[in-house]
Design a protein around this ligand. Structure first.
Ligand code: GLN
Ligand code: ZN
Length: 775
């Protein structure tokens, strides 16, 4: 009999219950007992859902108060030592201090979990860490599930992935130096689970999907040989890409089973199907844990039915990865009542499966294998109907869009003239001083702005009143920027709740759910829009706001767009066509927007790509293919601009040095980029590579209300000038200012402008402007 399980479930709750409980606890409005009750309630609910769907195991260990990697450190007693907490008696409050910082400690660093938008807390490896054991929370949860009568499978991040994802802070020459201690820690945890009667532990080693060097690969065999001796049966789990490269290694490991992500990499089944030992479990991730589409059950059954007759009990069906990465329950999506409301209609809902629906799909697949398809007729019919209507729906397929994408030529991705010619035309048009000052786009999103937007959505604020209100905000932002004497202005983005959702709402082919929340980190959730059809721009999206803003000033006003790669990366995307095709369609919509902005007299247009790097595949050998289409999509969106129209782009919070040639290939006239957190280290890369176009390294971090001093920014600018020719240097903050308050923003920007002025005075007279003559 085939079995079914999931690598993990979302913990935030269908109504974001955990988020609100956490935030209540941090504010002091609920006590720890109430918070713990909420956690217990959610775990109970999620296990019940798994059991009701007919899964054979409920997964324990996927719950986390903040993050599963921090949870693993707490379990092992390996929280960063600089906090000075007693590992064995770590309190929940200590745990939150690790995650969020406290008055004496800055928070642990946070970074993206592989290629997802989930952020984990980065372990801090120091020679003094002990791994001797920590909190008992996991064991309590196992007992909790067992008391409820569930069959328990525990899920844990694996020791090598844990080590790999941490950062060496001191006293170690290689992360693997810690392996003997980590292994001891895991042995203790696993032995204790076994003594509690746990039969299976799913041990996640997603690093297997990377291109590991020999030293890391070679660490697997001794590690698992040591763990297998004391542990319950181990299900070695990988996801987010294929592990066929490691097939031989996996066969050697003394584990009782492996889990493969067949959604991301269906081809890898070939490397395992024939000769994976019959007495070991093969868990196949066939339901997409990263996307919201209903599974094509027939297609899955075609693949797994022959395997089932060979393997029987040894075949497990699963979601490709933890359901942490999809919203919890489609049933929460009430149909939208008002035009402006978010929400999904019945047809869209018939195409989607969120977490709970994915459990049901797994239950149906398992039943179909064990009892024959007739036992799940209704589920198969629903799946067929969805697949069938998605193939033909006029909402999805737009022949105009398809024709236009197919007709694109290399010339369409090419600006009229090379950068040197364009920048000369742009200088002649604006005559900006050296070191032009600007901002990244958003200004403080005050409570007032958010209330007005919400009232408009509810229908409590009329259309004209809303326009009026937003125009007042823009007028205010423009007046302030003129007062401070910034050189290039922005309208401030008061009308945007989110830089992707705002465009998603206006483009055909995009749907915005009302409740499709996914945990991003801690209590923070995002609600990615869904791209379900060919993307088409029915009308201009930003032009009236920009035109109005420009009418208020004689200084250049930047139009503000979200780039094709970021639109793609921060949405749930179609699974019926390559990502690249969707990116190109978005690029075409943006290309028309650029043209309309230009026609409306907007001479500078910024196309933000903060998520450009996030799209990189896990395996470096796959990078060039991605970068090629990603760069092309950006260029398609920008290339129709005239020479004297200045195209800006913006990127932030990623490592850029290893993709600089590609960033240069995007050929934006100006890039503004976050750098101040790394004290301009990033710029060394830009200097060495000799980045050819204009560049604005962020001179202050926008994440803190702290107002940077003039001298600090001057120091950073001088550093920047060591690697970037002064005539190509812009001055700006790291990122948008929407999370800041006006008071600190105005002070910080005034200081920034002052720093620019002082620096200009140091330049030779000929370069001080207004007539910037060079090249
Ligand atoms: N233009 C956007 C803003 O200023 C850019 C945000 C981002 O880079 N994430 O808010
Ligand atoms: Zn940014």
């Amino acid at each position: 009999m085939a079995q079914a399980h999931i690598p993990g479930f979302s913990r935030i709750g269908a109504q974001r219950e955990l988020k609100f409980a956490l935030e209540g606890f941090w504010r002091g409005s609920i006590d720890e007992a109430t918070l713990r009750d909420t956690g217990r309630l959610l775990r109970t609910r999620h296990w019940t859902l798994q059991a009701q769907a007919g899964l054979d195991w409920v997964t324990v260990g996927d719950f986390a108060w903040y993050d599963q990697i921090l949870g693993m450190l707490a379990l092992l007693g390996a929280a960063p030592s600089r906090f000075g907490f007693d590992p064995v008696h770590l309190s929940l409050t200590d745990y939150f201090t690790l995650a969020r910082g406290g008055k004496d400690h800055f928070a642990m660093e946070m970074t993206k979990w592989f290629d997802t938008n989930y952020h984990y807390l980065v372990p801090e490896w120091t020679a003094d860490l002990r791994f001797d054991g920590g909190v008992d929370w996991l064991f309590d949860e196992v007992r909790e599930a067992a008391m409820l009568g569930h069959r328990v499978k525990v899920a844990l991040p694996g020791p090598l992935t844990l080590l790999y994802l941490g950062k060496i802070k001191s006293g170690l020459s290689h992360k693997l130096d810690l392996l003997p201690r980590v292994m001891e820690g895991y042995r203790k945890v696993l032995a204790r689970l076994k003594s509690m009667g746990v039969e299976w532990v799913q041990i996640d080693e997603p690093i297997l999907a990377l291109e590991l060097d020999a030293r890391w690969r070679e660490a697997f065999l001794p590690t698992y040989a040591s763990l297998a001796g004391v542990a319950p049966s181990l299900l070695l789990t990988s996801y987010f890409d294929g592990v066929a490269d490691c097939a031989a290694l996996l066969r050697e490991l003394p584990v009782a089973g492996i889990h493969l992500d067949l959604v991301r990499c269906p081809g890898q089944l070939e490397a395992f199907a024939a000769d994976w030992p019959q007495d070991r479990v093969l868990s196949l991730g066939v339901v997409d844990g990263r996307n919201i589409w209903r599974t094509d059950l027939d297609a899955v059954l075609n693949i797994v039915t022959p395997l089932h007759s060979q393997r029987g009990d040894g075949l497990w069906l699963a979601s490709s990865c933890s359901l942490l990465h999809v919203p919890v329950d489609l049933a929460q999506e009430k149909e939208k009542e008002k035009e402006k409301e978010s929400g999904l209609d019945a047809e869209l809902k018939s195409w989607f499966a969120f977490g709970v629906q994915k459990l049901e799909e797994l239950g149906a697949l398992k039943t179909a294998l064990n009892q024959g398809p007739d036992a799940v007729r209704a589920a198969l019919d629903r799946s067929r109907a969805a697949a069938g209507s998605r193939k033909v729906s006029a909402r999805i397929h737009n022949s105009l869009v398809k024709k236009r994408s197919a007709a694109l030529t290399d010339g369409d991705a090419q600006r009229l003239s090379p950068f040197a010619v364009r920048i000369a035309a742009q200088h002649a048009r604006w005559n900006l001083p050296a070191f032009p000052t600007t901002t990244i786009g958003s200004f403080p999103q005050t409570a007032e702005i958010r209330q007005a937007r919400a009232a408009y959505r509810r229908g409590d604020l009329g259309h004209l009143d809303y326009l009026q209100k937003m125009r007042e905000e823009i007028r205010f932002a423009v007046a302030k920027q003129e007062e401070i004497a910034l050189d290039v202005l922005v309208h401030g983005e008061p009308e945007r709740n989110d830089m992707v959702e705002y465009f998603g709402e206006q483009l055909w082919g995009y749907a915005i759910s009302a409740n499709g929340w996914v945990q991003s980190y801690g209590s923070r959730c995002v609600k990615p829009p869904v791209i379900y059809g060919d993307v088409y721009r029915p009308e201009a999206m930003t032009v009236e706001w920009s035109r109005f803003a420009q009418s208020l000033t004689s200084r250049p006003m930047k139009g503000m767009l979200t780039g094709p790669v970021t639109m793609l990366q921060w949405s749930f995307v179609r699974d019926d066509q390559p990502r690249e095709t969707t990116a190109l369609q978005i690029a075409l919509a943006l290309r028309d927007e650029v043209a309309d902005l230009e026609k409306a007299g907007i001479g500078m247009i910024q196309i933000d790509e903060p998520a450009f790097r996030e799209g990189l595949p896990l395996k470096q050998r796959d990078w060039p293919a991605y970068l090629e289409w990603a760069v092309r999509a950006f260029r398609i969106s920008a290339a129709a601009a005239a020479d004297e129209t200045q195209i800006h782009t913006h990127m932030c919070y990623s490592e850029f040095n290893d993709i600089l040639p590609w960033i240069a290939a995007m050929d934006a006239d100006v890039i503004t980029i976050e750098t101040s957190r790394s004290d301009m280290e990033l710029l060394e890369g830009f200097g060495q590579f000799a980045y050819p176009n204009d560049i604005g390294p962020g001179v202050y971090d926008i994440h803190s209300p702290r107002v940077p001093k003039i001298e600090e920014m001057q120091r950073l600018l001088r550093k920047a000038m060591e690697v970037i020719p002064p005539e190509r240097l812009w001055i700006n903050p790291d990122c948008g200012l929407k999370t800041r308050g006006w008071t600190e923003t105005l002070e910080a920007l005034s200081n920034m402008v002052r720093a620019a002025c002082l620096l200009r005075e140091e330049l030779p007279g000929s370069m001080q402007s207004p007539a910037r003559e060079f090249a």
